[in-house]
Design a protein around this ligand. Structure first.
Ligand code: SF4
Length: 99
């Protein structure tokens, strides 16, 4: 596993959403690109060019049907966050926000 340019926390049972979906930089951000990879979803941009400042990525362990466990990656804080409510949804109209 390579070097990760952000801090990671761990939690269990948190319900909060990733703040990136409402961030101006979501389609240009290298940290969100990594989150997309962990979620196994299509990238908004194959070549992100913004290195965010101190993104805090939380890894949540979730109970799944059938007694299995799943893992969610979410950014919960970031010094580069610039509010742009609904930006992800405008970039991918009609699609469900990755969870
Ligand atoms: S909140 Fe930070 S990590 Fe998330 S998209 Fe914005 S700049 Fe990137």
């Amino acid at each position: 596993m390579g070097f990760l340019p952000f801090k990671i926390g761990f939690s269990a049972g948190w319900e909060d959403m990733c703040i990136c979906v409402d961030c101006r930089w979501v389609d240009r951000c290298k940290a969100y690109h990594a989150v997309e990879r962990q979620h196994g979803v299509a990238h908004l941009n194959e070549s992100p060019d913004i290195e965010p400042i101190e993104p805090r990525i939380f890894i949540s362990v979730m109970d799944m049907p059938g007694g299995e466990s799943g893992v969610e990656w979410d950014v919960r804080a970031c010094r580069s966050f610039l509010a742009d409510h609904g930006r992800w949804m405008r970039l991918r109209p009609g699609e469900e926000i990755p969870k």
